[in-house]
Write a protein that binds this ligand. Structure first.
Ligand code: GLA
Length: 726
């Protein structure tokens, strides 16, 4: 990895593992994008410029009648701005004291840093080599520092912008995106991940039309409705070949990602904090930091793009202590008991899994305050000793005496109307004076923009975590924000609310999650509604969905894997008929699908027979054989359940000595055709032993001829295969 600057052509070359990102500073000081793709020589690239021969364009200020490159509107940007002839989506929209909204950000200087500076108060990737490009508007004393970081172990470039007010007066920033990125003229498709409760991250691929296509959230959470991720891929790009660019925001509040296709065919992708309902007052001398965007590139199609993102997150985002470490194999009591549990019942759930390999009991919702259902108690983080006779420690001691770890559920950001804390401090809940609040799951959201509220949350959660021997915390977030108003903010700062909520969330995560480094924290949000890289920074794994049905999970996990590694997804084996869809799938199928992630169990183990217990034990032994692949391996998506009845994931170790293949067929057919699955990612010259077939075959054969998968009769069947280098 290297970053170099050619003084003669004023070209920056940012070289990652196998990519080059290049832009140059043109005659006017404008940073013009040249290239992002497979690694190239540091050649002169200015011949690639399209230039402006377009008539009826606004010329650059002061350059009327000059031929050639004379309008911003036709230059490939690194950042765009409004009011001087560029009609494309502006990256930044400042409003100055005079009321004018024009800015021209031109090259001032640059730095190349070996140590990546952290964003204060927000998660970001670590490591890598960083270029800081200082752009400046002399007229307004307004600056933008563009950060670019490249890595030698993954093909992503991390980008963000810091806006700087060097003037004597306040600037109202009405839009402050993190990046603008130009793709060469071509026909593209856009892939996004839409969803809702129990159907998170469903894949959608559509042609990129002229104009602006976008995904966003206005919910104060990255949300299940659209993940903060898009891929822009060539028309002919598929899983294995073609250009694929992935864009992901390390951000958990309202965001936007846009792809704008111009008349000439060029596409500009930009985004960051959602500028809807946003305005940030930047005082004299102040700076504003935007969240980091991760841009991945692969010439090996959508699969290649995902693998680059997975490596970036496992190596540079997720807490190093846990990123590659075996995850707890847990039993969670939620679907076993919901709110109706006792100390004895919980102890019995733990007793029933003794010797199976399940190593952690997680006590879910309902252990605190007055919490017999979901209508009360949130915010009262005090053990309900009437329900848990003997207190929390009775359960914890019992679980620990079995050699298991103990986990506990919290929903730190929430407050119930029927709670002691709300009765004492109704102002802790987000709300607008004189208006009734909207309920969602009967609850309100804590105003995390208020430091007093944050202190209350941190102190009450930490008191439980630190006064009991808690090994694991499941951190839930079961509704989106409404009202978007804080009593603690003056009127002119209210449009800062959504971003301030994110900063408040990161502050409490610093103090609770990072403040308890020996406790393992899992993220959750009414299923997988806040599954974003910022959450992944604090929580090494996130509950992927409340829908634990294996059939539905093939699509949820497939969609999630576009951006996020398998180890980031919590996937549980639950009871049948499934509580969400009432479907019956075999124990084997549920296990095989749940094993494609950080696995666990969520059912009533007290009804287990000896056979059930033996089946769980065998299942976990099998999981242990593939665990390292789940944690560190390269994922190859062989069959897409959004397109057919089949799903297949292969995971291959980095040294290609081991692999695992899970195949799934949704509906069985009478007189079915033989189903061939062709492997990917193996070493073509290595020989692999496949114990399930008792054969030794070369990688080249497996990756060309493939395997014939004979599914057992019936619906929702799986087959798994292991590959060991001989
Ligand atoms: C959410 C979570 C569930 C469970 C419940 C508890 O729905 O996704 O796993 O923890 O909350 O109320």
């Amino acid at each position: 990895m290297a970053i170099c600057f050619d003084k003669e052509t004023k070209t920056f070359y940012l070289e990652g593992k196998s990519t080059t990102y290049a832009f140059f500073i043109n005659n006017f000081g404008y940073a013009e994008h040249l290239y992002y793709g497979s690694k190239i020589h540091r050649d002169y690239l200015l011949f690639t410029r399209s230039g402006s021969t377009q008539t009826f364009q606004a010329t650059l200020p002061g350059l009327d009648r000059q031929p050639g490159f004379n309008t911003y509107n036709a230059m490939s940007p690194e950042i765009t701005f409004f009011g001087t002839g560029d009609y494309r989506e502006a990256t930044v929209h400042p409003k100055f004291e005079t009321g004018d909204r024009l800015t021209q950000l031109h090259y001032h200087s640059h730095e190349i840093l070996d140590e990546k500076p952290r964003i204060s108060c927000m998660p970001s990737l670590d490591g890598g080599k960083t270029l800081v490009l200082h752009l400046y508007d002399e007229v307004k004393s307004f600056g933008a520092d563009l950060y670019y970081t490249v890595y030698d172990d993954c093909d992503v470039i991390a980008r963000r912008i810091v806006y700087i007010n060097n003037s004597d007066s306040e600037i109202a920033i009405e839009r402050a995106y993190s990046f603008a990125f130009a793709l060469p003229t071509a026909d593209y498709d856009m892939i996004s991940l839409f969803g809702g409760w129990a159907c998170e991250r469903q894949l959608e691929r559509t042609p990129l039309h002229h104009g602006v296509s976008s995904v966003d959230s206005k919910r104060g959470s990255s949300s299940a409705s659209l993940n903060p991720f898009v891929a822009i891929v060539g028309k002919d790009t598929n899983e294995t070949s073609g250009n694929a660019y992935g864009f992901n925001l390390i951000y958990s509040s309202s965001y936007v990602l846009k792809a704008e296709r111009a008349v000439g065919g060029e596409v500009i992708v930009s985004g960051g904090i959602n500028d809807f309902d946003f305005e940030w007052k930047l005082g004299a001398g102040e700076t504003f930091e935007t969240p980091e965007a991760v841009i991945a590139y692969s010439a090996d199609g959508i699969g290649g793009m995902s693998r680059e993102l997975h490596d970036a997150y496992r190596n540079h985002l997720i807490n190093k202590k846990y990123a590659h470490a075996p995850r707890p194999i847990l039993i969670n009591n939620w679907e076993a008991t919901y709110f109706k549990f006792t100390t004895e019942k919980l102890s019995a759930i733990a007793d029933a899994v003794e010797g199976t390999g399940i190593d952690t009991l997680v006590l879910d919702d309902g252990w605190f305050g007055k919490r017999e259902d979901d209508s009360s108690g949130l915010g009262d983080w005090v053990v309900n000793e009437q329900k848990l006779v003997g207190g929390l420690d009775a359960v914890i001691n019992h679980v620990h005496s079995k050699g298991m770890k103990f986990g506990l559920w919290f929903e730190p950001e929430m407050i119930s109307e029927d709670s002691d804390i709300f009765r004492a401090h109704p102002e802790y809940a987000i709300g607008v004076p004189d208006r009734k609040r909207c309920y969602s799951r009967h609850q309100f959201v804590m105003d995390l923009t208020n430091p007093e509220v944050r202190d209350y949350v941190v102190n009450s959660v930490n008191a439980i975590v630190r006064n009991h021997e808690i090994d694991y915390v499941k951190w839930d977030f079961n509704r989106n924000i409404t009202e978007f108003f804080s009593l603690g903010l003056d009127a002119e700062y209210q449009s800062e609310f959504s971003h301030r909520y994110a900063l408040g969330l990161y502050d409490i995560c610093e103090r609770i999650v990072n403040g308890n480094p020996d406790v393992f924290f899992e993220g959750c949000s009414g299923g997988g509604a806040r599954f974003d890289p910022a959450i992944l920074y604090y929580f090494p794994q996130i509950w992927a969905s409340d829908d634990s049905d294996a059939e539905e999970r093939t699509r949820i996990q497939y969609g999630t894997s576009l951006a996020y590694p398998l180890s980031a997804m919590s996937c549980h084996v639950s009871a049948v008929p499934n509580h969400q869809v009432n479907r019956i799938t075999s124990f084997e199928t549920r296990g095989n699908i749940a094993h494609l992630g950080a696995t666990g169990y969520e059912l009533d183990t007290t009804v287990f027979t000896d056979n059930d217990r033996a089946a769980v034990k065998a299942q976990i032994e099998n999981y242990k054989k593939m665990e390292r692949l789940v944690l560190d391996g390269d994922l190859y998506r062989l069959e897409n359940p959004f397109e057919s009845d089949y799903f297949a994931f292969a995971i291959v170790s980095k040294d290609k000595s081991q692999a695992h293949l899970t195949c799934y067929r949704s509906l069985g057919h009478c007189n079915p055709h033989a189903h061939r699955v062709v492997m990917q990612g193996l070493d073509k010259n290595k020989e692999y032993y496949i114990p399930e077939l008792k054969i030794i075959v070369h990688g080249s054969t497996l990756m060309n001829v493939g395997l014939t998968v004979n599914f057992p009769k019936g619906d929702f069947q799986t087959k798994v295969y292991h590959f060991e280098e001989k």
